[in-house]
Design a protein around this ligand. Structure first.
Ligand SMILES: Nc1ncnc2c1ncn2[C@@H]1O[C@H](COP(=O)(O)OP(=O)(O)O)[C@@H](O)[C@H]1O
Ligand code: SF4
Ligand SMILES: [Mg+2]
Length: 345
């Protein structure tokens, strides 16, 4: 058990939301890019779990290590320059720790994970019709015959609510709007029958109305298929639309995690509070407020102690010298802050 009553020290607890065999159980991921002139420690200790059928969010400002975390899970990083270390990766209890740092991880990872990205247009090959691209994936990756692939491609476009699917398969990417292209990217991801979909800022490039429709679609599909989902975003409002639990990342580490409802109602980490206050919510503010002063540190330049301390209004001496360990503050909620109680007050 990992409830607050557990006597295990906070740092040794499994990540919040863990059950006996979560779909994904990632422990203490570290990723450093070893460049000729310097090391870039992009991810400095990320632990997370995704339960069967659960959608979790990774939230944080640009540069906090969200995409690198997602890409590592999918085996997309070139090693070198990336150097990956991890305490454990388990998929439904199966130990994949050694595989994760080995040379052929992407072949194993892509059987379980699929990813959609921020900009669908750059991910779609402009010279091929949508049907060709979809069928290619179904034939090569799922071993289907051409005829079966054609039928499955129609079903996939139906699944992402693209009408007149049979005809639309003959269209080229540029004949679709940005929102429709993102639907196609979702169809391509679903073609792989992933057990976990990693969505990396999938609506950031879209206008607000289209964004809302894509979020609805993702939520519906994730629930219908009982897929796991890791939804990456810099926007707490967007994350709370789609996920039930959120990991907040800062400078390569998770600084707070908890159920999305309580996290939006009562964020405890000063950084999460700043993100929440600066979200442009129409019911509260007309424009984005500069709630967090300054910028996040570049990787490799994070200050000692709590990496957030130069920007934190609650910082005291201890914050500049001692890194706060994550500790349980409520059921399923961890916060890495020396003064989380003051922040929540
Ligand atoms: N291939 C790479 N080589 C060197 N540095 C990288 C590489 N990919 C990402 N980084 C650095 O790692 C840090 C985290 O990046 P990223 O995960 O993309 O941030 P986020 O998605 O949270 O905006 C950034 O400072 C970025 O510049
Ligand atoms: S540990 Fe200190 S500097 Fe870091 S968030 Fe908490 S109060 Fe702010
Ligand atoms: Mg990113």
């Amino acid at each position: 058990m990992s409830g607050p009553e557990s006597s295990a020290p906070a740092a040794a607890r499994p990540a919040v939301g863990a059950d006996p065999a979560p779909l994904v159980d990632l422990g203490n991921l570290r990723v450093t890019f070893r460049l000729p002139d310097r090391d870039v420690p992009a991810v400095r200790g990320v632990s997370l779990t995704v339960a069967e059928g659960e959608a979790v969010g990774i939230l944080g400002e640009s540069g906090s290590g969200k995409s690198v975390t997602g890409r590592t899970l999918l085996g997309l990083l070139r090693t070198p320059p990336a150097h990956i270390e991890v305490d454990h990766l388990r998929f439904r209890g199966e130990d994949m720790t050694a595989a994760m740092t080995g040379p052929n991880f992407s072949a194993q990872a892509t059987k379980r994970f699929a990813m959609i990205f921020q900009n669908p247009f750059t991910a779609l090959n402009p010279v091929f019709r949508i049907g060709t691209t979809l069928c290619e994936v179904l034939v090569k990756r799922r071993g289907m015959s051409r005829a079966d692939a054609r039928r499955a491609a129609v079903e996939l476009l139906d699944a992402v609510r693209i009408s007149d699917a049979r005809n639309r398969l003959r269209s080229y990417p540029h004949e679709f709007s940005g929102g429709m292209q993102q639907r196609i990217m979702i169809a391509l991801a679903l073609a792989l029958e992933p057990e976990v979909l990693i969505a990396d800022e999938p609506t950031t490039a879209l206008d607000v109305t289209v964004q809302a429709r894509i979020l609805d679609l993702l939520r519906e599909i994730q629930r219908e298929r009982r897929m796991g989902m890791i939804f990456i975003s810099h926007d707490l409002d967007v994350v709370s639309e789609v996920t039930s639990r959120v990991y907040v990342m800062y400078a390569g580490r998770i600084v707070e995690t908890g159920p999305v409802d309580s996290l939006s109602r009562q964020p405890r980490h000063p950084y999460t509070r700043g993100l929440w206050a600066s979200a442009p919510r129409l019911d509260r503010y007309k424009t984005r407020l500069p709630a967090i002063p300054g910028n996040p540190p570049a990787p490799g330049q994070a200050p000692p102690g709590c990496a957030f301390h130069p920007r934190c209004r609650l910082a005291t001496d201890i914050c500049a010298t001692e890194r706060p360990e994550p500790r349980a503050v409520a059921e399923e909620a961890l916060v890495a802050c020396h003064h989380a109680d003051k922040a929540a007050a």
